[in-house]
Design a binder for this molecule. Structure first.
Ligand code: 3PG
Length: 305
Protein backbone atom coordinates (compact mmCIF):
# COMPACT_ATOMS: atom_id res chain seq x y z
CA UNK A 1 0.00 0.00 0.00
CA UNK A 2 1.26 3.43 -0.88
CA UNK A 3 0.43 6.51 1.19
CA UNK A 4 1.10 9.89 -0.38
CA UNK A 5 1.54 13.12 1.55
CA UNK A 6 0.64 15.91 -0.88
CA UNK A 7 1.14 19.27 0.77
CA UNK A 8 1.55 22.50 -1.13
CA UNK A 9 2.34 24.01 2.29
CA UNK A 10 4.61 21.37 3.89
CA UNK A 11 4.43 19.97 7.41
CA UNK A 12 7.40 20.54 9.70
CA UNK A 13 10.05 17.85 8.91
CA UNK A 14 9.60 16.36 12.39
CA UNK A 15 5.93 15.70 11.57
CA UNK A 16 6.82 14.02 8.26
CA UNK A 17 9.23 11.78 10.19
CA UNK A 18 6.43 10.85 12.63
CA UNK A 19 4.02 10.08 9.80
CA UNK A 20 6.68 7.96 8.06
CA UNK A 21 7.20 5.88 11.22
CA UNK A 22 3.46 5.17 11.55
CA UNK A 23 3.07 4.26 7.89
CA UNK A 24 6.18 2.07 7.73
CA UNK A 25 5.31 0.33 11.01
CA UNK A 26 2.11 -0.80 9.30
CA UNK A 27 4.16 -2.18 6.41
CA UNK A 28 3.12 0.53 3.96
CA UNK A 29 5.24 2.82 1.82
CA UNK A 30 5.30 6.62 2.15
CA UNK A 31 5.68 9.02 -0.79
CA UNK A 32 6.04 12.78 -0.48
CA UNK A 33 4.96 15.61 -2.77
CA UNK A 34 5.66 18.97 -1.16
CA UNK A 35 5.54 22.58 -2.37
CA UNK A 36 4.09 21.59 -5.73
CA UNK A 37 3.23 24.50 -7.98
CA UNK A 38 1.18 22.81 -10.72
CA UNK A 39 -1.90 20.64 -10.43
CA UNK A 40 -0.27 18.31 -13.00
CA UNK A 41 2.30 17.35 -10.35
CA UNK A 42 -0.47 16.27 -8.00
CA UNK A 43 -2.30 14.41 -10.78
CA UNK A 44 0.88 12.49 -11.52
CA UNK A 45 1.74 11.76 -7.88
CA UNK A 46 -1.70 10.37 -6.97
CA UNK A 47 -1.71 7.80 -9.81
CA UNK A 48 -0.55 4.88 -7.68
CA UNK A 49 -1.53 6.14 -4.21
CA UNK A 50 -3.85 4.02 -2.07
CA UNK A 51 -4.17 6.74 0.55
CA UNK A 52 -3.64 10.46 0.57
CA UNK A 53 -2.78 12.92 3.34
CA UNK A 54 -3.46 16.57 2.49
CA UNK A 55 -3.85 19.95 4.16
CA UNK A 56 -5.68 22.74 2.27
CA UNK A 57 -4.77 21.01 -0.99
CA UNK A 58 -7.66 20.79 -3.44
CA UNK A 59 -8.98 17.32 -4.16
CA UNK A 60 -11.58 17.55 -6.93
CA UNK A 61 -13.07 15.19 -9.50
CA UNK A 62 -10.01 15.47 -11.71
CA UNK A 63 -7.65 14.45 -8.92
CA UNK A 64 -9.96 11.58 -7.98
CA UNK A 65 -10.15 10.44 -11.62
CA UNK A 66 -6.35 10.34 -11.76
CA UNK A 67 -6.08 8.46 -8.45
CA UNK A 68 -7.20 5.07 -9.71
CA UNK A 69 -6.08 3.14 -6.58
CA UNK A 70 -7.23 5.67 -4.03
CA UNK A 71 -9.28 4.42 -1.10
CA UNK A 72 -8.97 7.18 1.48
CA UNK A 73 -8.12 10.88 1.74
CA UNK A 74 -7.36 12.36 5.14
CA UNK A 75 -7.37 16.10 5.46
CA UNK A 76 -4.82 16.63 8.26
CA UNK A 77 -6.80 19.45 9.83
CA UNK A 78 -10.34 20.53 10.54
CA UNK A 79 -11.93 22.19 7.49
CA UNK A 80 -12.55 19.93 4.50
CA UNK A 81 -14.11 22.46 2.14
CA UNK A 82 -11.13 21.79 -0.17
CA UNK A 83 -12.34 18.25 -0.89
CA UNK A 84 -15.19 17.53 -3.28
CA UNK A 85 -17.10 15.13 -1.03
CA UNK A 86 -19.70 14.19 -3.64
CA UNK A 87 -17.03 13.28 -6.17
CA UNK A 88 -15.15 11.31 -3.50
CA UNK A 89 -18.28 9.35 -2.62
CA UNK A 90 -18.93 8.71 -6.32
CA UNK A 91 -15.35 7.39 -6.60
CA UNK A 92 -15.92 5.24 -3.46
CA UNK A 93 -13.19 7.15 -1.66
CA UNK A 94 -13.51 7.69 2.09
CA UNK A 95 -12.75 11.24 3.28
CA UNK A 96 -11.77 12.02 6.87
CA UNK A 97 -10.51 15.01 8.81
CA UNK A 98 -8.58 15.13 12.08
CA UNK A 99 -10.72 17.43 14.24
CA UNK A 100 -9.10 19.18 17.19
CA UNK A 101 -5.53 18.25 16.33
CA UNK A 102 -4.40 21.71 15.25
CA UNK A 103 -6.92 23.84 17.13
CA UNK A 104 -4.63 25.19 19.86
CA UNK A 105 -2.21 26.47 17.23
CA UNK A 106 -4.98 28.35 15.43
CA UNK A 107 -6.34 29.71 18.71
CA UNK A 108 -2.92 31.02 19.76
CA UNK A 109 -2.58 32.86 16.45
CA UNK A 110 -5.88 34.65 17.13
CA UNK A 111 -4.16 36.37 20.03
CA UNK A 112 -1.01 37.01 18.03
CA UNK A 113 -3.17 38.90 15.54
CA UNK A 114 -5.19 40.63 18.24
CA UNK A 115 -2.29 42.00 20.27
CA UNK A 116 -0.78 43.24 17.00
CA UNK A 117 -4.09 44.93 16.10
CA UNK A 118 -4.81 46.62 19.44
CA UNK A 119 -1.20 47.90 19.61
CA UNK A 120 -1.71 49.61 16.24
CA UNK A 121 0.44 47.13 14.34
CA UNK A 122 3.41 48.16 16.51
CA UNK A 123 3.64 51.66 15.07
CA UNK A 124 4.76 53.14 18.38
CA UNK A 125 1.50 54.94 19.22
CA UNK A 126 -0.43 54.09 22.38
CA UNK A 127 -2.80 51.24 21.75
CA UNK A 128 -5.22 49.42 24.00
CA UNK A 129 -5.20 46.21 26.03
CA UNK A 130 -7.24 43.06 25.65
CA UNK A 131 -8.00 42.83 29.37
CA UNK A 132 -11.58 43.81 30.13
CA UNK A 133 -12.63 43.78 26.48
CA UNK A 134 -15.51 41.63 25.37
CA UNK A 135 -14.58 38.91 22.90
CA UNK A 136 -17.24 37.27 20.75
CA UNK A 137 -16.47 33.80 19.45
CA UNK A 138 -18.47 32.84 16.38
CA UNK A 139 -18.81 29.04 16.44
CA UNK A 140 -17.87 27.10 19.54
CA UNK A 141 -15.98 24.16 18.06
CA UNK A 142 -12.48 23.00 18.90
CA UNK A 143 -10.80 26.28 17.94
CA UNK A 144 -13.52 28.44 19.52
CA UNK A 145 -13.16 26.59 22.82
CA UNK A 146 -9.39 27.06 22.85
CA UNK A 147 -9.86 30.75 22.05
CA UNK A 148 -12.21 31.02 25.05
CA UNK A 149 -9.65 29.36 27.34
CA UNK A 150 -6.84 31.70 26.27
CA UNK A 151 -9.09 34.80 26.34
CA UNK A 152 -9.84 34.16 30.00
CA UNK A 153 -6.10 34.26 30.68
CA UNK A 154 -6.02 37.70 29.10
CA UNK A 155 -8.82 38.79 31.46
CA UNK A 156 -11.32 39.20 28.65
CA UNK A 157 -15.06 38.83 28.96
CA UNK A 158 -15.92 35.90 26.72
CA UNK A 159 -19.11 35.40 24.78
CA UNK A 160 -19.97 32.89 22.02
CA UNK A 161 -22.63 32.01 19.52
CA UNK A 162 -22.93 28.75 17.63
CA UNK A 163 -25.97 27.87 15.54
CA UNK A 164 -25.31 24.18 16.20
CA UNK A 165 -24.17 24.21 19.83
CA UNK A 166 -26.78 24.68 22.58
CA UNK A 167 -26.41 27.70 24.89
CA UNK A 168 -26.16 25.36 27.91
CA UNK A 169 -23.03 23.74 26.47
CA UNK A 170 -21.45 27.15 25.92
CA UNK A 171 -22.41 28.33 29.43
CA UNK A 172 -21.09 25.08 30.94
CA UNK A 173 -17.68 26.04 29.53
CA UNK A 174 -17.86 29.28 31.53
CA UNK A 175 -18.65 31.39 28.45
CA UNK A 176 -21.63 33.68 28.04
CA UNK A 177 -23.94 32.45 25.27
CA UNK A 178 -25.23 35.09 22.86
CA UNK A 179 -28.73 34.49 21.53
CA UNK A 180 -27.79 35.23 17.95
CA UNK A 181 -24.98 36.13 15.60
CA UNK A 182 -26.38 39.68 15.53
CA UNK A 183 -26.20 39.96 19.31
CA UNK A 184 -22.57 38.78 19.24
CA UNK A 185 -21.58 41.55 16.81
CA UNK A 186 -23.69 44.18 18.62
CA UNK A 187 -22.28 43.52 22.07
CA UNK A 188 -18.64 42.54 21.55
CA UNK A 189 -15.54 44.69 21.07
CA UNK A 190 -13.85 41.95 19.07
CA UNK A 191 -15.37 39.09 17.08
CA UNK A 192 -13.27 36.03 16.25
CA UNK A 193 -14.54 33.85 13.39
CA UNK A 194 -14.46 30.06 13.67
CA UNK A 195 -17.20 29.00 11.27
CA UNK A 196 -16.47 26.54 8.47
CA UNK A 197 -16.98 27.57 4.84
CA UNK A 198 -20.31 26.04 3.89
CA UNK A 199 -23.16 27.04 1.56
CA UNK A 200 -24.79 28.64 4.59
CA UNK A 201 -21.78 30.59 5.91
CA UNK A 202 -20.15 31.75 2.67
CA UNK A 203 -20.29 35.58 2.40
CA UNK A 204 -22.27 35.64 5.67
CA UNK A 205 -19.94 38.13 7.37
CA UNK A 206 -21.38 41.08 5.51
CA UNK A 207 -21.96 44.79 5.87
CA UNK A 208 -25.24 44.61 7.76
CA UNK A 209 -23.71 42.24 10.34
CA UNK A 210 -20.33 43.92 10.91
CA UNK A 211 -21.92 47.39 10.95
CA UNK A 212 -23.58 46.36 14.23
CA UNK A 213 -20.19 46.50 15.97
CA UNK A 214 -19.40 49.17 18.53
CA UNK A 215 -16.90 51.93 17.78
CA UNK A 216 -13.39 50.51 17.44
CA UNK A 217 -14.61 47.00 16.64
CA UNK A 218 -12.18 44.37 15.40
CA UNK A 219 -12.96 41.28 13.33
CA UNK A 220 -10.31 38.57 13.45
CA UNK A 221 -10.51 35.75 10.92
CA UNK A 222 -8.57 32.53 11.28
CA UNK A 223 -11.33 30.49 9.62
CA UNK A 224 -11.85 30.88 5.86
CA UNK A 225 -11.78 33.86 3.49
CA UNK A 226 -14.98 32.61 1.82
CA UNK A 227 -17.11 33.49 4.87
CA UNK A 228 -16.40 37.19 4.30
CA UNK A 229 -18.35 39.33 1.87
CA UNK A 230 -15.20 41.20 0.86
CA UNK A 231 -16.84 43.93 -1.24
CA UNK A 232 -19.26 44.79 1.56
CA UNK A 233 -16.56 44.74 4.24
CA UNK A 234 -14.46 47.13 2.16
CA UNK A 235 -17.45 49.43 1.70
CA UNK A 236 -18.14 49.36 5.42
CA UNK A 237 -14.52 50.02 6.40
CA UNK A 238 -14.54 53.04 4.07
CA UNK A 239 -17.57 54.41 5.93
CA UNK A 240 -16.53 53.29 9.41
CA UNK A 241 -12.93 54.42 9.83
CA UNK A 242 -12.88 52.97 13.35
CA UNK A 243 -13.12 49.30 12.31
CA UNK A 244 -10.20 46.89 11.94
CA UNK A 245 -9.93 43.58 10.09
CA UNK A 246 -7.11 41.15 10.80
CA UNK A 247 -6.95 37.84 9.04
CA UNK A 248 -4.86 34.71 8.59
CA UNK A 249 -6.40 34.05 5.18
CA UNK A 250 -5.47 36.64 2.60
CA UNK A 251 -8.63 38.00 0.97
CA UNK A 252 -9.01 37.83 -2.81
CA UNK A 253 -9.31 41.62 -2.56
CA UNK A 254 -6.10 42.03 -0.55
CA UNK A 255 -4.95 44.89 -2.81
CA UNK A 256 -8.15 46.83 -2.11
CA UNK A 257 -7.93 46.16 1.65
CA UNK A 258 -4.43 47.73 1.62
CA UNK A 259 -6.13 51.16 1.49
CA UNK A 260 -6.96 50.65 5.19
CA UNK A 261 -3.53 51.51 6.45
CA UNK A 262 -3.29 50.69 10.15
CA UNK A 263 -6.68 48.95 10.13
CA UNK A 264 -6.03 45.86 8.03
CA UNK A 265 -3.51 43.06 8.22
CA UNK A 266 -3.27 39.68 6.54
CA UNK A 267 -0.62 37.04 7.02
CA UNK A 268 1.05 36.37 3.65
CA UNK A 269 0.25 32.65 3.90
CA UNK A 270 -2.24 30.95 6.19
CA UNK A 271 -0.22 29.95 9.21
CA UNK A 272 -2.71 29.29 12.03
CA UNK A 273 -1.98 25.58 12.00
CA UNK A 274 1.64 26.02 10.99
CA UNK A 275 3.39 24.86 14.18
CA UNK A 276 5.49 21.74 14.72
CA UNK A 277 3.04 20.60 17.39
CA UNK A 278 -0.04 21.01 15.21
CA UNK A 279 1.71 19.35 12.25
CA UNK A 280 2.75 16.40 14.42
CA UNK A 281 -0.70 16.03 16.00
CA UNK A 282 -2.67 16.32 12.76
CA UNK A 283 -0.15 14.42 10.61
CA UNK A 284 0.19 11.46 12.95
CA UNK A 285 -3.57 11.34 13.54
CA UNK A 286 -4.01 11.23 9.74
CA UNK A 287 -1.49 8.39 9.41
CA UNK A 288 -3.16 6.40 12.21
CA UNK A 289 -6.60 6.94 10.71
CA UNK A 290 -5.33 5.65 7.37
CA UNK A 291 -3.83 2.54 8.95
CA UNK A 292 -7.00 2.02 11.01
CA UNK A 293 -9.12 2.22 7.89
CA UNK A 294 -6.97 0.17 5.51
CA UNK A 295 -6.21 -2.53 8.08
CA UNK A 296 -9.34 -2.66 10.24
CA UNK A 297 -12.01 -0.76 8.31
CA UNK A 298 -12.35 1.94 11.01
CA UNK A 299 -14.38 4.86 9.63
CA UNK A 300 -14.38 7.17 12.66
CA UNK A 301 -13.97 10.78 11.46
CA UNK A 302 -15.31 9.96 8.00
CA UNK A 303 -17.03 13.09 6.70
CA UNK A 304 -18.61 11.73 3.50
CA UNK A 305 -20.84 9.08 5.08
C1 3PG B 1 -7.80 23.64 9.20
O1 3PG B 1 -8.90 23.65 8.63
O2 3PG B 1 -7.38 22.65 9.81
C2 3PG B 1 -6.96 24.88 9.23
O3 3PG B 1 -7.54 25.89 8.48
C3 3PG B 1 -5.50 24.65 8.84
O4 3PG B 1 -5.30 24.53 7.47
P1 3PG B 1 -3.85 24.19 6.86
O5 3PG B 1 -3.55 22.77 7.16
O6 3PG B 1 -3.98 24.46 5.40
O7 3PG B 1 -2.85 25.10 7.51
Amino acid sequence: MKVLIATEKPFAPVAVEGIKKEIEAAGYELALLEKYTEKAQLLDAVKDADALIIRSDKVDGEVLDAAKQLKIVVRAGAGYDNVDLEAATAHKVVVMNTPGQNSNAVAELVFGLLVFAVRNFYNGKAGTELMGKRLGILAFGNVGRNVARIAKGFGMEVCAYDAYCPAEVIEAAGVKAAKSQDELFETCDIVSLHIPATAETKQSINKSLVSKMKKGGIVVNTARKEVINEDELIELMQERTDLKYVTDIMPDADAAFQQFDGRYFSTPKKMGAQTAEANINAGIAAARQIVGFLRDGVTKFQVNK
